[in-house]
Design a protein around this ligand. Sequence first.
Ligand code: ZN
Length: 340
Amino acid sequence: MLAAVLHEAGPPDIFSFEELPIPEPAAGEVLVRVRATGVSYKDVVERNGTYRRDIIFPLVIGLEIAGDVTAVGAGVTRLRPGDRVCTKAFSSCGNCRYCRNGRETTCRQRRPVRGGYAQYTALPEDAFVPIPASLSYEIACMLGPGAGVALNAVRDTAHVEAGDTVLVTGATGGVGLPAVQIAKTAGARVLAVTRSAAKRDFLLEHGADEVIVAGDSEDFSRQVKPLTRDGEGVDVVIDTVGSVVFDAAFNSLAPHGRYAFVGQLNGDSIRINPARVFFKRAQLLGVGSVSRRQLEDVIAMTAVGHIRPQVARVMALRDLPEAHRLVEEGLVAGRIVIAP
Ligand SMILES: [Zn+2]
């Protein structure tokens, strides 16, 4: 099978295209013929060396996978050959106290999902959730690490309610865009932040009520606050960008606001005077990954049109260097999907 292998971190052309044997599914594992793999920003930071957790070379990355089950290892009970599936961001053990009370994303035995930049991948059964025939592989591949994490952030962590005003940073991204749509479905008014004026119409067409165009490290709270009730700010921030926008996004938060951290696109730290947190009675919330239930829910929400993931382009496996360059430079609205 053809695979794009990383032997070290580096620029987009660091991928080595190699013929590897099709993996054998071990006990508890499922072998999947990969039909579509989304190019996520996590792939970019794993490839360029910013993200180093659990990285051991040589490595085939790519966590947003959809495909067909072709074989199952011993002890696999939920899936069988022929099933159409997509991935969570991690697999977990299913038995520990975190897994047993719906907190499987913090399972001590969790393993990151990788391997989508190849024609086949073998992963633990728990990494996969079945998808209906009505959902294309190109859409399904991005639901777990994208819309599923957005559902975790908007519904289950920030507890967005009808009438809330919600600010989404990185709003055209893989988590940002479904966060806009889920918050809108929940009855919130959604303010979307992007650094590209060219993406304004795209965001308005996909659920945003207002679009704020702001350059890196610009204090966009001056644009946000006049758009909110009494100029006080937003009730919720869903921050998919991290330290680059933190000051501006925190300044945009109303008293008693909830600030959900979902992403961090570079390695920089933030600085904040703790008094600013308690004067504002702010809640700072960490959002971690996606559970099976959350992924099942976004699959159902996508099937009825509440979430409309956008495929920017479908590209071949050998086009990965170009795909990574486009994603790293923020030149696409919606997901680039690789069809290996
Ligand atoms: Zn567990």
